[in-house]
Design a protein around this ligand. Structure first.
Ligand SMILES: [Zn+2]
Length: 414
């Protein structure tokens, strides 16, 4: 059996690590001693918003651990469970628990993003639910002060007057400003936040609205960003959803990259990082880190409890987003020479570059005195085949092409 918390194999029920993190070491069964709660009507809620969203239809129930048994509770909840949502508003509602669980596990296991403790759990009849431990509950049952970004920015149903849609007002840049305002050591917090926003884009979470980011008071009395929660590939359930719940920053749809392609690319995230005030060198490192885990991501999706066909779908959606973000120096290097990686490692044959707009170029990467500087912008010196001979005879700038890694879809030998 596989641990329904972390996919560890050869364990009965939850593994020791998950048991510790979720239940303070208590041996809780992954099968709840009751049936899925009778479903309330969601019509009321859905009426208040024009926007179909996961958060609009997912039902949440509170659980409390008494001895070794989890039970439904109205007060003093330590856990939240989300069963399969009712109704047919969503595509594939039956896989929402696995989807959320997998996406949260990807965040923590592959990308080292701090997340709420979470697992899958099953009702008596075998239907799955997503379970997460509340991080705002202290050991003695009292609560840490927590405020979400809608509250901190003064937005509510009343102030925005758009029903539930108030939480889709604002930009991710604005959340960054709130972090700066309220968090004392904000630089590492902004980096964590930036990573999470890019993660959401990479995994097609189009529902990361203002209420899905919160600040929480620590035991020391200061504020910090909470662990990530409510993260999943919403595109599987709401195919018509926008790529992101909020704009990255004001004017993001007028960027050069966005105007050309109709979606965000790496340049947009660099601009976003700039606006957050991250150091360019740190932003580059974070972006590269998020884009270079392809094999680990695919392997974890394979391990997950999703049905086979959905695993394929989930992987496909991830690869499509990954492609939008172009290629990193490392990705290009590994194609040029897997043994001695380097963009400018001498290639025996010409390479074919395919760009996001499906145009192609054939030729060689050539190092010039400018190359080191260009690299910082993810740009590379390249000589097309038709100029190769002339370039060898007499290198000249007019024979050179600058290739933008942000625009690269594929590098391959013919
Ligand atoms: Zn585990």
């Amino acid at each position: 059996m596989m641990c329904p918390g972390c996919y560890k194999i050869n364990v009965e029920g939850y593994c020791t690590a998950c048991r510790k993190e979720m239940f303070d070491g208590v041996k809780v069964s992954p099968i709840l001693p009751f049936k899925a709660p009778a479903l309330d009507t969601i019509a009321n809620y859905q009426e208040k918003t024009k926007r179909l969203s996961i958060s609009g239809v997912q039902l949440k129930y509170s659980l409390r651990l008494t001895g070794k048994v989890l039970e439904l509770t109205d007060t003093g909840g330590q856990y939240i469970i989300k069963p399969i949502p009712p109704g047919s508003l969503l595509a594939m509602p039956e896989i929402t628990p696995e989807n959320e669980h997998l996406t949260m596990q990807l965040a923590r296991q592959v990308f080292n993003i701090k997340t709420a403790a979470n697992a899958l759990i099953y009702f008596e009849d075998g239907t799955p639910a997503y379970i997460t431990r509340r991080f705002d509950v202290k050991p003695d049952g009292a609560k840490y002060l927590q405020e979400d970004m809608a509250q901190l920015s003064g937005r509510s149903r009343q102030t925005v007057n758009q029903g539930e849609d108030f939480k889709y007002n604002g930009t991710y840049e604005e959340i960054g400003a709130l972090i700066k305002q309220y968090v004392a050591a904000y630089t590492p917090t902004l980096e964590r936040y930036f990573k999470l926003v890019l993660f959401n884009y990479l995994f097609s979470n189009g529902d990361a609205h203002l209420k899905n980011f919160s600040l929480i008071q620590t035991a020391m009395g200061d504020y910090t960003l909470t662990p990530a929660y409510d993260v999943m590939c919403t595109l599987l359930h709401v195919p018509t959803e926008a790529d992101m719940a909020l704009d990255l920053y004001n004017g993001d749809h007028q960027s050069t990259f966005y105007e050309k392609h109709g979606f965000f690319g790496r340049a947009d995230f660099r601009t976003f990082a700039d606006k957050l005030g991250l150091q360019p060198v740190r932003a580059r490192r974070l972006i590269t880190e998020l884009l270079s885990k392809r094999n680990e991501v695919v392997a974890l999706i394979e391990k997950s409890f999703l049905p086979r066909a959905i695993k394929k779908d989930y992987t496909q959606k991830y690869l499509e987003r990954l492609a939008r973000l172009g290629m990193t120096e490392q990705m290009i290097s590994e194609v040029i020479d897997p043994e001695h990686p380097g963009v400018y490692t001498a290639a025996k044959q010409p390479v074919t570059l395919t760009f996001l707009d499906r145009s192609t170029k054939v030729g060689f990467f050539y190092r010039t005195p400018e190359s080191e500087k260009l690299k910082l912008k993810n740009q590379y010196n390249f000589v097309e085949m038709r100029h190769a001979k002339a370039y060898k005879k007499k290198p000249g700038e007019e024979l050179m092409t600058i290739v933008n890694g942000d625009e690269l879809l594929e590098v391959a030998y013919m």
